[in-house]
Design a protein around this ligand. Structure first.
Ligand code: AMP
Length: 190
């Protein structure tokens, strides 16, 4: 399954919870990048400049990284992707990986929240975690990219009839229950 949502929608937190409940591996491209930045690997050094500016890391780096990760053994029987695909080109690339693996997406879930709420949450998170991409200007840029690029991804899955939207506003537990209920209803409809 895919979990898509704007920065600050809580998708990372929800991805971890869903992955625990459904016993499938959660793969977050943002987390993989942050790990590589921390370890100062060549991938991390390359990614850092884009991340700090709130830009997408180029597909030439991101796509191969996702492909390698999805071909690992723990993703053989299912996975939850958090933060990928974010562009229409990445959707196409993911289609190719899935075809290669003989898998298909069961659920594409979008967490929704309005921009004012997101900016407030992210500025709060910046105080708590000190993430270098959580300054107001960078936050606004990341939201802009979400609206201009990632919403096209959402539309594409909506056109395919595989999209489910979940309201991301509310207490974390409440949102988790909504997400799990939405997954259940997709499963029972198929
Ligand atoms: P996230 O934790 O999902 O908000 O991701 C943090 C940052 O990692 C993003 O702002 C991008 O710089 C980079 N990133 C994560 N996923 C992708 C992706 N699918 N394509 C390009 N860049 C990404």
């Amino acid at each position: 399954m895919l979990l898509i949502g704007p920065p600050g929608s809580g998708k990372g937190t929800q991805a971890e919870r869903v992955s625990e409940r459904l016993e499938i591996v959660a793969i977050s491209t943002g987390d993989i990048f942050r790990y590589n930045v921390k370890e100062q690997t060549p991938l991390g050094i390359e990614a850092k400049k884009f991340m700090d500016a709130g830009d997408f890391v180029p597909d030439s780096v991101t796509n191969n990284m996702v492909r390698d990760r999805l071909l690992e053994d723990d993703a053989a029987n299912g996975f939850l992707l958090d933060g990928y695909p974010r562009t229409v080109a990445q959707v196409e690339y993911l289609d190719g990986i899935l075809a290669e693996k003989g898998q298909q997406l069961d659920v594409v879930l979008q967490l929704t929240a309005d921009d004012d709420e997101l900016v407030a949450r992210l500025l709060n998170r910046a105080k708590e975690t000190g993430r270098s991409d959580d300054t107001e200007a960078v936050i606004r840029h990341r939201l802009h990219l979400y609206h201009t690029q990632t919403e096209a991804v959402v539309s594409q899955y909506a056109d395919r009839g595989t999209l489910t939207r979940v309201d991301g506003i509310g207490a974390v537990d409440e949102v988790t229950e909504r997400v799990l209920a939405a997954i259940e209803s997709v499963k029972s409809a198929s």
